[in-house]
Design a binder for this molecule. Structure first.
Ligand code: AMP
Ligand code: GLY
Length: 440
């Protein structure tokens, strides 16, 4: 284990009731990492997760409420005197979960629905970039196929075509030829291949460079930089094969030097906060900037309004400070005088997925050996999709485990993570063997 929260019971008040009762929303590895960090907080009195998974159940009390069931979450928070709700995934944020909780006076970490448009509408974000001079790919927005075709005829491929709305990470087509671009436009605008999310499209310039992610806590006014990370979206070694939710990640991203981080804050994050305030929907929560580091500096590819998954797992592994006061400060406007400390170490996580992912895969295959993997100093195994079945731990999703290691360098963290992976006995699973290759 990276920290030792084992001396803390799940729901035994240590401070005669001055601690906090916390509810985390979600069921993936990101939420396991958040629960793990929150359990280690001396301010946490009770920790719940809705709906959670078998690994989260070791750290928190899991309650059988879906992450998108806003009325049930709201009622649970009221009935259980929850002091802070921490929302993991984007869908409930875009659907207004934080607005609903705020109406009840429940403190919640995450943006309102209006502020969550930074992820929920790519066109919304691009328009902010245009108005505030935030560096990003040149773009145009279309809901009419004829107009989109005319623009395509003018610019020509290569070009990137994106569904405007949430499309579970699948609404981006990198079109190398005019035919591919034409097909993508037709699918989205005529064929409704992404439903309402694709009723409007963004067509944009294809950027070149190295991708990185950057995270900041935001309280409406103030942004506190967290750290950088890099993930691997393709399923196969060498970044080949179909896209996934992420097969591994590491932090920090070597390409995000101190100077680059400064530019990201000054040229991208800060103007975005100003824009959101000017529009009357100040942003609070964690802001996740997906970036292309180009020859002319960092450019915004997209925003997400939540922690990345699996990037969150490596950020939590590196965080030295108590996470909880940071989340509270972001939620209630107190970040200005706040700071967080980080381990100098790097962290790297390897996603173990069910064979067949991201296509069809089997559930219910048995997993053994997690304790042995966690016996390695500096290793924690976060659960992304597991369940208990007749006393056995089984896979219950595509991405199933996040084997996470902290060490002085990315190379050492990588070696340690794969040593831990090799302790896990799960014939039904697989992983990439090269997570972090760009950095080692
Ligand atoms: P997004 O969902 O907007 O993050 O896009 C998914 C992935 O598509 C990104 O992580 C990039 O790899 C790629 N991508 C999106 N937009 C661009 C662009 N304008 N230029 C190059 N690559 C892009
Ligand atoms: N790992 C990519 C994401 O969370 O969107």
């Amino acid at each position: 284990m990276l920290q030792d929260p084992s001396n803390r019971a799940k729901d035994v008040p240590e401070f005669g009731g001055i601690g906090m009762r916390i509810l985390v929303i979600g069921s993936g590895g990101r939420e396991h990492a958040l629960c793990w960090a929150l359990l280690a907080s001396s301010l946490t009195d009770a920790l719940y997760c809705a709906p959670g998974n078998a690994g989260i159940a070791q750290d928190a009390d899991c309650v059988p409420i879906r992450a998108d069931d806003i009325p049930a979450i709201r009622a649970f928070a009221r009935d259980n005197a929850i002091d802070l709700v921490v929302v993991g995934p984007e869908a409930p944020l875009c659907a207004g979960l934080v607005d609903a909780l705020n109406e009840d006076g429940t403190l919640a970490f995450g943006p309102t629905a209006a502020a969550a448009r930074l992820e929920g509408s790519k066109g919304f974000t691009k328009d902010i970039c245009a108005r505030y001079g935030i560096p990003t790919a040149a773009y145009a927005r279309f809901s009419d196929l004829g107009a989109a075709r005319a623009e395509l005829a003018r610019t020509g491929a290569p070009v990137v075509i994106k569904a405007d709305g949430l499309a579970a990470g699948k609404g981006v087509i990198m079109a190398e030829t005019n035919d591919q671009a034409e097909a993508a436009l037709r699918d989205m605008l005529e064929g409704a291949s992404f439903g309402a999310a694709g009723a409007e499209v963004v067509m944009e310039e294809w950027l070149h460079g190295e991708e990185a992610s950057f995270f900041a806590l935001v309280d409406g006014d103030t942004a506190l930089p967290l750290a950088s990370a890099q993930d691997h979206k393709r399923v196969g070694d060498g970044d080949t094969g179909p896209n996934t939710g992420g097969m591994g990640a590491y932090s920090p991203a070597p390409i995000v030097t101190g100077a680059v981080a400064g530019r990201i804050m000054d040229e991208i994050i800060e103007p975005t906060l100003r824009a959101m305030k000017d529009m009357g929907c100040p942003y609070s929560g964690v802001l996740y900037a997906g970036l292309m580091i180009t020859d002319s500096g960092p450019k915004l590819i997209e925003y997400n309004v939540r922690f990345g998954d699996p990037e969150c797992q490596v950020l939590m592994a590196r965080l030295k400070s108590d996470l909880l006061p940071g989340l509270i400060a972001a939620a209630d406007g107190g970040l200005r005088h706040f700071d967080l400390r980080w381990h100098d170490d790097a962290a790297l996580t390897v996603v173990m997925a069910a064979r067949g992912y991201p296509g069809s895969y089997a559930s219910g295959t048995e997993i053994r050996g997690i304790e042995k993997a966690e016996g390695i100093d500096g290793v924690t195994v976060f659960h992304a999709g597991t369940a208990m079945q007749d006393g056995r731990l089984v896979a219950a999703g595509g991405r199933v485990l996040n084997v996470t290691a902290r060490a002085p360098t990315i190379r050492e963290a990588q070696a340690k993570a794969y040593r831990a992976v090799d302790c896990i006995d799960w014939p039904g699973g697989f992983c990439r063997r090269d997570i972090g290759f760009r950095a080692v």
